[in-house]
Design a protein around this ligand. Structure first.
Ligand code: PLP
Length: 455
């Protein structure tokens, strides 16, 4: 299987190259050159455990890895989850199921992809002998999941920028209390945007990028999307057979990465009925599906901070299919959007999607209502999936984070402490972070000093 760019200006590459590069050199995102039809596999996959299912799925895509190597990578990636089912389903009532995606080491769904990505990187470095350094900017969950996916991986040095004092104390502890010597959390004085802007400038310095083997772990990496496909398959098999094909998957959405994975599974022939894109008050995607206009707006910080985005970076992958797999059209739309902050679609097929929007003022009430009805505590991101809508059929809501990550919101909503042993354990550990100026020069200097280059 080869991978093509949504912008069509680079030749197809192997799975490993697509994973190593992250973003394609023409600025596009990688996609399989043709989506496989999974229909024939479904009967034999039905009874597989999570890691076996993941291996069988990746065997179709990672065709340049040998099967035993792939098997080892996948097996190692799901050992740090605290539920034997990895992605268990909770039934609340006849029409509400919850897919719990918070059993990984940082208690958020990003672990599904980043645990695997860490092992893919390590295998790749062993094969090529080229160490890499990872640079990322985070407002919370991504940085923690990336650090836990990469810590201790041979040949990888990880640098994560975050705005000092502006992420939740528990998220900061998840990043800074690991004790790992190949991980550098960089606290900057400034906002998340300052961190991101500085990071982008560092990436644009091609010479520096080559010098330190720079790589990105943001949600545009193809391996992250494919890893997320697996829990949709797993959920499909674990839903009661008689309702499976009538269940809507409800996905708390920011960058469109999570829901895109589900949609790809549907496009590969798995009979999933549809998806609801559940946004918070940063609702660029809800407005798109409601009106056909994709238009930038300012980010308003919310109680569900991991969904506070301006531009949904993975939307470009859906766009590629929505415009009939025409890279020239993708380039034109992305250019218009970049220049004007807006694109009006004449007619594009969004028939698999509905959408909803949840304001900050509604989130505590929703958490309270779900707790009162089911004695079940949901986090503020998952709460957006429980927005009241005119849907009568069965739904499965993807629970993207454990409520204990957001204790203040939970106390406000239901008057109860939400805790988790792994977070409690962190409170006893020492914070190790580094203060760095949010300038490309300062970041590069720090990286040069700490990167683990071959002597
Ligand atoms: C990242 C994140 C999201 C948004 O996921 P996307 O793939 O960006 O749509 C939702 N909830 C939580 C808890 C997250 O960490």
């Amino acid at each position: 299987m080869q991978y093509i760019s949504t912008r069509g200006q680079v030749p197809p590459v192997s799975f490993s190259t697509a994973v190593e590069q992250g973003l394609a050199p023409d600025g596009g995102l990688y996609l399989p050159e043709a989506l496989p039809d999974l229909t024939a596999y479904l009967p034999e996959w039905e009874s597989l455990g999570y890691a076996e299912l993941c291996e069988a799925f990746f065997a179709i895509f990672a065709t340049d890895l040998d099967r035993s190597e792939l098997s080892g990578i996948v097996q190692r990636s799901y050992t740090k989850f605290d539920d034997p089912e990895i992605a268990p389903i909770r039934k609340l009532d006849e029409t509400h199921y919850v897919l719990e995606l918070f059993h990984g080491p940082t208690l958020a769904f990003k672990d599904f992809a980043l645990q695997l990505l860490g092992n893919l990187y390590e295998a790749q470095i062993a094969r090529t002998g080229r160490p890499i350094s990872v640079l990322g900017a985070t407002s919370g969950d991504t940085g923690a999941a990336a650090i836990h996916g990469l810590l201790g991986k041979t040949g990888v040095t990880t640098f994560i920028l975050y705005p000092d004092g502006r992420i939740s104390p528990l998220q900061e502890r998840q990043m800074t209390c690991t004790g790992a010597d190949n991980v550098f959390p960089l606290a900057i004085q400034g906002s998340f945007d300052d961190a991101q802007t500085a990071m982008k400038t560092v990436f644009e310095d091609r010479e520096f990028a080559a010098e330190v083997g720079l790589s990105a772990v943001n949600s545009i990496n193809l391996a992250r999307i494919l890893a997320q496909c697996v829990y949709y398959l797993s959920a499909f098999f674990r839903l009661p057979a008689e309702i499976r094909e009538s269940v809507i998957f409800v996905v708390p959405t920011g960058n469109f990465g999570n829901v895109l994975a589900g949609w790809l599974v549907q496009q590969m022939g798995v009979p999933i009925k549809g998806f609801r894109v559940a946004t918070n008050q940063n609702d660029i995607l809800h407005r798109l599906f409601a009106t056909g206009t994709y238009e930038l707006d300012a980010v308003a910080p919310s109680l569900a901070p991991s969904m506070d985005i301006q531009v949904a970076s993975n939307f470009e992958r859906f766009l590629y299919y929505a415009v009939g797999q025409d890279p020239a059209k993708v380039r034109e739309i992305m250019k218009t959007f970049k220049e004007t902050g807006k694109y009006v679609f004449e007619d594009f097929d969004d028939s698999s999607f509905s959408s909803s929007r949840t304001d900050d003022s509604e989130i505590p009430g929703i958490i309270g209502r779900i707790y009162d009805s089911f004695t079940y505590v949901i986090d503020p991101h998952t709460a957006c999936g429980f927005a009241p809508v005119d849907e009568n059929g069965p739904e499965i809501i993807l629970s993207t984070a454990h409520p204990a990550k957001f204790p203040d919101t939970i106390v406000d909503a239901i008057g109860l402490e939400s805790t988790h042993p792994s977070l409690e354990a962190l409170k006893a550990r020492q914070i190790v972070k580094h203060q760095v100026e949010p300038t490309p020069e300062a970041i590069k200097a720090f990286m040069r000093q700490h990167v683990n280059l071959p002597s």
